[in-house]
Design a protein around this ligand. Structure first.
Ligand SMILES: [Fe+2]
Length: 229
């Protein structure tokens, strides 16, 4: 798939589900940081970042009224939401996507380590590593960004979220991934990602990177160890 097509699709998701606008770019940069910290080689890091950009593509196929519904979802609506990984996977296959990193991440990003996730309820090492990585990142971002009672960029809040990840290690999340991500977040300053891609910024003002290279440039500029600050 051409890169401009990729970004066009992601913008469609953003337009439909405003919550994902800054989220997309944050999780992509967290993925880069985590994959690099795990020693994954640069071409594979790029592929993982591409999967992160596309993770919620299937939300295109969910009605906006359901995605943006302020109240409790009905059983039928929740069943529909649970199909978004499959919808995204099917769309990508139809578009000619053949990178297993991307397809696995999109299809399995809501699977839980204990088999309680969706859409297929796979467990443990049957969940592809790329999806195991993304599931921890997605949860970290949701917990550090979307709870109004949390103070953004507050270190204590981040510590609390990391503790929650550790609590759910082995049930929701793969233990070795949680261990890596928690030590990464404690050793390096990842706050710039939340600061730069902030949900309080209006859609119009939001910087939308034109390419993964632009994200790379941002990361190399900001992603310094905490002790060097
Ligand atoms: Fe999702």
């Amino acid at each position: 798939m051409e890169r401009h097509e990729l970004f066009r699709l992601v913008r469609l998701v953003e337009a439909k589900d405003l919550c994902t606008a800054a989220h997309t770019w944050r999780v992509t940069l967290y993925m880069q940081a985590l994959a690099e910290a795990m020693g994954i080689d640069p071409p594979a890091v790029k592929r993982l970042m591409r999967g992160a950009v596309l993770h919620d593509l299937g939300k295109i196929d969910i009605p906006a009224a359901v995605l943006r519904k302020p109240g409790r979802l009905t059983g039928a609506e929740w069943e529909l939401i649970k199909q978004h990984p499959t919808f995204g996977y099917n769309r990508l296959v139809a578009l000619g996507e053949d990178d297993p990193f991307v397809l696995n991440l999109v299809l399995s990003h809501h699977e839980n380590f204990d088999g309680s996730g969706y859409p297929n309820g796979v467990a443990g090492e049957d969940i592809p590593l790329e999806a195991q990585l993304f599931s921890v990142i997605d949860a970290f971002d949701a917990m550090t960004s979307f709870r109004p009672y949390r103070k953004e960029n507050d270190q204590a809040s981040e510590d609390e979220v990391l503790e929650e990840l550790l609590t759910d290690s082995g049930t929701r999340y793969a233990p070795q991934v949680v261990e890596k991500f928690v030590s990464l977040a404690r050793d390096r300053n990842l706050k710039w990602i939340r600061k730069h891609f902030n949900d309080r910024i209006s859609m119009n003002a939001l910087i939308t990177p034109e390419s993964l290279e632009e994200l790379d440039a941002l990361a190399s500029h900001h992603g310094r160890p905490v002790k060097d600050d």
